[in-house]
Design a protein. Structure first.
Length: 319
């Protein structure tokens, strides 16, 4: 290395060190400026977001007039009287009761508000326990129920489930799983505003009790039950009682030898003019009290075998 290079080297090192020091200084100044200028802006933005979130939460809280827990699901009722049921965990939740018979009725924690509930929506993930008996019994203001996401595949007892809901005008049962159901007595009783009901999705192959199932559905004009499997049904008393607007009825085959009573089965069906009873077994029936009471047009066309059976058992099925 020549003398000139050796003399230049210390100068270059000094310049390099000064350049590094200058870059560090610039970096520190930039950091200071960033903190000084943008930090207040970020804080302001965070405060704005927080305030907006709080305001949104307050609006949500103001729209909810009641909330609680039933089973492992949460529920809330908004200012429009809509009941919404959803899983507590956000994934899966259960409603209903664990029961040994349909005598055990559901006691949901929202029951004290049922006089004003106008709509019910069940969100995905809600699963029913083995009993839903009486779950929506006596909801006078209820106009609609969304059952699309309610899993009832393990539910055995459905007695009184929609009983006495006089404002209910329609009911979509297209996704309603009844494959495990064994009792449906009084299931739709008193739904006096229902004008039609599509029952084709219902699996009734295990059902034993249908007494009062459509009783007091006074606005129903027709009912197709040919899709019903009734091989295990032994109770049909008052099944169509006071369906006063019913003009046609597609009756399923009731051939269970355990069928004993037909009391009040068509009582009060005053608009019913014809009825095919060929599939209704009377071989072991011992009581027909009031079977056709106030159903005069049907009574006039009653098959001889029913008249004979009534005489044999002294059944006064027209009173």
């Amino acid at each position: 290395m020549d003398v000139a290079s050796m003399q230049a080297s210390p100068k270059l090192n000094l310049i390099a060190r000064r350049a590094v020091a200058l870059l560090v200084l610039i970096s520190l100044v930039a950091s200071f400026l960033t903190i000084s200028v943008f930090a207040p802006m970020l804080v302001f933005a965070d405060d704005a977001i927080s305030e907006e979130s709080s305001a949104s939460q307050e609006r949500r809280d103001a729209s909810i007039k009641a909330s609680g827990k039933y089973g492992t699901c949460l529920w809330q009722i908004d200012i429009d009287n809509k009941l919404t049921i959803y899983p507590e965990t956000g994934l899966v939740g259960k409603i209903g009761e664990y029961a040994e018979s349909s005598a055990v009725r559901c006691s949901p924690t929202w029951s004290k508000y049922k006089d004003t509930i106008a709509a019910i929506e069940i969100l995905p993930g809600v699963t029913a326990r083995n009993s839903l008996s009486g779950l929506f019994n006596k909801y006078p203001a209820l106009e609609s129920i969304n059952l699309s996401f309610l899993d009832t595949s393990d539910t055995k007892y459905m007695a009184d489930m929609f009983c006495d809901c006089p404002s209910l005008t329609s009911l979509d049962l297209s996704s309603f799983d009844t494959s495990s159901a064994i009792t449906m007595e009084d299931m739709f009783r008193g739904c006096s505003s229902l004008t039609s009901l599509d029952l084709s999705p219902l699996d009734t192959s295990n059902v034993t009790r249908m007494g009062g199932m459509f009783s007091d559905c006074s606005s129903l004009t027709s009912l197709g039950l040919s899709c019903f499997s009734t091989s295990k049904v032994w109770e049909v008393e008052s099944m169509f009682r006071d369906c006063s607007s019913l003009t046609s009825l597609d009756l399923p085959v009731f051939d269970n030898s355990d069928l004993r009573k037909l009391n009040n089965m068509f009582s009060g069906c005053s608009s019913l003019t014809s009825l095919d009873l060929s599939g209704l077994s009377t071989s072991n029936v011992h009581s027909m009290q009031g079977m056709f009471s106030q159903a005069w047009m049907v009574l006039l066309k009653t098959p001889y075998r029913f008249l004979y059976a009534a005489a044999r058992h002294r059944a006064e099925f027209y009173t």
